[in-house]
Design a protein around this ligand. Sequence first.
Ligand SMILES: NC(=O)c1ccc[n+]([C@@H]2O[C@H](COP(=O)([O-])OP(=O)(O)OC[C@H]3O[C@@H](n4cnc5c(N)ncnc54)[C@H](OP(=O)(O)O)[C@@H]3O)[C@@H](O)[C@H]2O)c1
Length: 245
Amino acid sequence: MTKGAIIVGASSGIGEALARELAENGYEIGLTARRTERLKRIGSELPTKAYVATMDVTEPEAAREGFFELAAAMPSVDLVVISAGVAELNDDLEWEPERQTIDVNVRGFTAIATAAMEHFERNADDGSGADGHLVGISSIAAHFGLGGAQAYNASKAYVSRYLQGLRHRQQDRDATVRITTIEPGFVDTDLSIGGFWECSPETAATQIARAIRKERDHAYVTRRWRLVAWGLELFPESILRRVLP
Ligand SMILES: NC(=O)c1ccc[n+]([C@@H]2O[C@H](COP(=O)([O-])OP(=O)(O)OC[C@H]3O[C@@H](n4cnc5c(N)ncnc54)[C@H](OP(=O)(O)O)[C@@H]3O)[C@@H](O)[C@H]2O)c1
């Protein structure tokens, strides 16, 4: 049976590249985000069947409802990837950018993560034997607090810890749902502030698809970013404060 994947945040960047990569691997794709015309165009260019649903994750109730409707419209949903995210530098600590970051990256993420788990667990309870796979796009930013990006980095720490919690929760569940945390470094998208070791969204998508195939708990993208993560965990905050930009 053809596999299906829903990608939340599929209208650009990593989500778009991953939609193309997974479709090349034979997945039917449910594409969601706010920019409907972009989703339709991307969907029309995929080699497999595409399903488009407009979704704003800052409206969590409607987003969850939209998620369930999209899942019901697809023959099978084996994989859900939450790539939707925003990042805005906010040195002046204005409330609006901080609120927006929390709304999308924390509330929106959790609204869809819980809906995806509900979908997978409900299907498994039906005796269909269907497993599910939830993938969250966190960030290397999860490993430290950075002035100006305090809300973004904190939101990604939330995503990484939340997914870790879901993996732990899976241990005594009947349903077998794989949970994968992706922590990219710099990826060349509209969201990126750019920097060293920046990779293309296509390279990121290839590496994320590999982590999905191998059912990894966790993957850095690109893999060399694990060195940075280790350094960030190793050095005391007082030193990091001095060396980070
Ligand atoms: N680029 C990097 O260097 C980098 C590094 C580490 C982690 N990441 C993470 O990777 C993920 C994807 O980002 P990207 O780099 O690919 O940037 P991007 O091209 O800006 O993609 C962000 C995606 O999120 C969607 N989105 C934003 N707000 C939304 C909302 N309210 N409701 C639904 N969808 C929404 C956007 O679609 P619409 O605007 O159409 O809604 C878009 O599809 C993010 O979670 C980001 O934190 C990126």
